[in-house]
Ligand binder design. Structure first.
Ligand code: SAH
Length: 411
């Protein structure tokens, strides 16, 4: 026991390399940053392993299609299929845009037309698992055939290996581990051959006393130079600005090309599919819209009755009694412009035991406006949604007042 302790303590501290966060997470975060920056719509991860990266990417609102491909899927899928499936929260708060996730069992060096037209393909710690025959096929399949807007390839940097205590490959299945010169030579040739640019970077910063060895994981970022007419173009980097869906600058690949290719090239087997609820699907839009409208109408009713009661009790006038007092309420964050817009719209009113909020007013509330842009669409959707009472002219939503709040007509 003492001996072991003694031996451990004699390992020079500088030789114990530890990454925080762990290196595999740094690789995933690297890809997440790329996705944040370039907002790809269709992303595929070749050699996806247990699909952890895909689980992380499903939270990016720009991504609408996520595909994972791996030779071995079965043993890994069990524990992650739940994380890749829509949860109850995804149903209650659907995404803005559709998202489908598909996992295929297959080899990254086989052509499959279902991977045509992607914006980003990632190969994280994959190439070093390919034998020389597969490695030779890889560029033609990924860059020549799949030909996505962007490719991110990561692989161990063997220049870093002397910093580890053991001088073997980092994983027993690795067929090779390249130094920086070898990787950059291979990647530059591939980029040149298939008309991509390539930049080199990495994750896993070396300790200050060994800066010369470079990153522990080396990464090549390949961008397609001049896309063929009719192929996909990646959106321009948008920095930290939030991009709206319509800002994507994609050109759609000629569908005949895909349909034709589908007939003759499908080699992978599908192991998992999931389709996420989104506001692009009408029944989810209706559900969310009706919920938001009812919440808004109910909150407006409470404020309205409260103000009317204040007036009746002849309390001194306060800011609450003004028009903007009726619009504002705790927890509702509106800009002054939004308040002014709502104030200008027709006011809520009550008749007998009924309370009405004009649709023209409702559309001014951001949570409603986010879902529908104009009054006529709002009217049509509310008529189709969960039974929602409108007045006869179909201009206002109608709910009941609390019996305690009428016999008065608050007009
Ligand atoms: N990308 C994952 C897993 C890396 S390990 C991560 O970063 O966590 C390498 C993975 O590549 C393994 O899951 C292995 O099964 C897979 N793999 C190896 N050869 C492959 C091939 N020809 N096609 C697809 N996947 C392959």
């Amino acid at each position: 026991r003492n001996l072991i302790l003694f031996q451990r303590s004699t390992v020079p501290r500088k030789n114990v390399i530890e990454f925080r966060p762990p290196l595999y997470k740094q690789r995933y975060f690297f890809v997440k940053d790329i996705v944040n920056q370039y907002k790809p719509k269709k992303v595929a991860d070749l050699g996806c392993g247990n699909a952890t990266l895909l689980c992380m990417l499903k939270f990016h609102s720009c991504v609408q299609e996520l595909v994972g491909v791996d030779l071995l899927m079965d043993r890994l899928l069990d524990w992650n299929s739940d994380k890749l499936s829509p949860s109850i929260g995804d149903h209650l708060g659907p995404r803005d845009l559709d998202l489908s996730i598909v996992l295929y069992r297959g080899s990254a060096v086989e052509k499959d037309s279902r991977l045509l037209g992607f914006d980003l393909i990632t190969c994280i710690e994959l190439i070093e698992h390919l034998d020389s025959e597969d490695l030779a096929k890889f560029p033609e399949v990924v860059f020549g055939y799949f030909s996505p807007g962007m490719v991110v390839i990561s692989t161990p940097n063997s220049d870093f290996n002397p910093l580890f205590p053991a001088s073997t490959f980092r994983n027993s299945d690795h067929k090779f581990e390249w130094n920086q010169t070898q990787f950059q030579h291979w990647a530059s040739n591939v980029a040149k051959l298939y008309s991509y640019t390539v930049e080199f970077t990495g994750v896993g910063v070396p300790p200050p006393w060994a800066k010369h060895v470079g990153y522990c994981t080396q990464i090549g970022i390949f961008k397609k130079k001049q896309p063929d007419p009719g192929s996909w173009i990646l959106a321009k980097p948008t920095g930290s600005r939030v991009s709206e869906p319509e800002e994507h600058a994609y050109q759609v690949i000629d569908p005949r090309k895909i349909l034709h290719a589908h007939k003759w090239c499908q080699s992978w087997s599908t192991v998992f599919t999931a389709s996420f609820p989104s506001l692009q699907q009408k029944h989810f839009l209706l559900f969310v819209l009706c919920t938001e409208v009812l919440k808004e109408v109910e909150a407006i009713r409470q404020k309205y009755v409260w103000i009317m009661k204040r007036k009746e009790s002849s309390e001194p006038e306060s800011e609450e009694d003004t028009d903007s007092g009726l619009v504002r309420r705790p927890g509702l964050f509106l800009t002054d412009a939004q308040v002014a817009q709502i104030e200008k719209s027709p006011k809520p009113y009550s008749v007998g035991k009924r309370f009405y909020v004009p649709l023209k007013r409702l559309i001014g509330y951001p949570k409603v406006n986010r879902l529908v842009a104009d009054v006529s669409t709002l009217r049509t959707l509310l008529a189709e949604g969960i039974p929602m009472r409108l007045n006869r002219a179909h201009t206002s939503v109608q709910i009941d007042l609390d019996p305690y709040d009428y016999p008065h007509d608050y007009r």
